[in-house]
Design a protein around this ligand. Sequence first.
Ligand code: ACM
Length: 537
Amino acid sequence: MRAGRFSSALLSLLIVASACAVAQDEPAVIPNPAKIARAAGEFALGRATTIVAVGGDAEARGAAATLAEFFRKTRGLRLAVAAGEARDGEINLRRDASSASGAEGYRLEVTPRRIEVTAATRAGLFYGGITLWQLIAFSQPREAMTIPALSIDDAPRFAWRGLLLDSARHYQSPQFILKFLDAMAAHKLNVLHWHLTDDQAWRLEIRKYPRLTSVGAWRVPAGAGGRDIDPATGRPRLYGGYYSQETVRGIVAYAAARAITVVPEIEMPGHASAAIAAYPQLAAIAAPATRVPADWGIYDNVYSLEDSTFAFLEDVLAETIALFPGAYIHIGGDEVVKAQWLQSARSRALMRSLASDDPERLQTYFTQRIGRYLESRGRRAVGWDEVLAPGLPRSAVVMSWRGIDGGVAAAQAGHDVVMTPTSNTYFDYYQSQDTAREPLAIGGFLPLDTVYAYEPIPPALDSLQARHVLGTQGQIWTEYQRTPRNVEYMVFPRLVALSEVAWTPREQKDFADFRGRLAKHLARLAVIDVNYRRLTP
Ligand code: ACM
């Protein structure tokens, strides 16, 4: 059919259809920004578009460089980076210390003439750039990309927007972790809680204690029904791996460039079997089990309460502190079996000297000592809710995982808390009740809408206590997630929903609206090579 034969009726039909196409391209930003207003027209992004760090500001230059790398890696867009005056036709990043957008907020203004991102901090500029990245429709050819004219004023609801990655039960490669950090950054998440030690492995190189990784990072069999068989001999191979200090520095720097703080978790005083396999003298009893276990569950091995063990732990924490510049060090504290302390005459004597016959008092003693050490080094301890007891250092942060009561009690006692209840944030649970069609998981059932519905401020808190809720995070425990593809499958898209829980104003949350945006957002997950679970009707 030739154009000349279009009837005017057909023409007006086409105009309506193209208007619908525009409507379909409504910005589907996730997490939903606090304020968004559409305007007329669009900005054309081309091969020659430059990201300008206005005024040559160092923080703006840093954000510009990371964004250019992100656009190149994920969209094949090679944007030049420059410093100087704001210019028409370009993406201008302007740091303005007086900006009202707060520590992580930003203002994004797209006009047909130019793009301006304004923020008080590098993190805010980066987030403005991430929103921009989401605004490029994925259906557009690389030569003709446009961004709809609009203005966005945005800032997160919570300061702690995280994910726990369990690298102990199964080791993930550093390359995977870098890619995972990109996926977190694409959702404006800012904490990677990195679970580095457990019964089944010790993954962090500690120079003073090389056996932690030469012994503690390896096991046979692999776990979760797997063995690594050496094809040459037919026999099982050692399974595991660890992160050298150099690798860790690289990961921490890569995260920092994306406004993500890495919070390392060194589990104590329980979940200590791998460390005790490496150094049996750390145990509370004379003859502990000294194999790195490959099965899941909660083990009896627990650190002793001797000064020599505290000296070891302080050495480990000193090297950890040197690697992780963030304010927080996670010290575990969950699921501590007290049987070995009760078997030990010296631990029982310590308990009596503390005027107690309750072994819980020994955990409090332990946490206080480690907490005081971290305070003396200018860091804040984070612990699972079992650490909450009178005498917990005020600076300690409590993670409420066994429901929300621990978080409520901790906030009422004046502690900061991170809300991580199994009911809404455990991504090791199944995403469907049709478990036969899902990859093997630990059990449970946590569908997308239950994650989305989560409200991190418990109703029992008054407005002053509620200020202690730093935020929330998802957890991907990896007992049953042996491969990186499975880790991604369990995390996505549930983490996408949680990003909106943590970022978007409460009154703006709407699951149906989110799901509509998510359907479009899946194309973005695809370009960052994330193996997400398909949406079900
Ligand atoms: C935990 O899930 N044991 C914190």
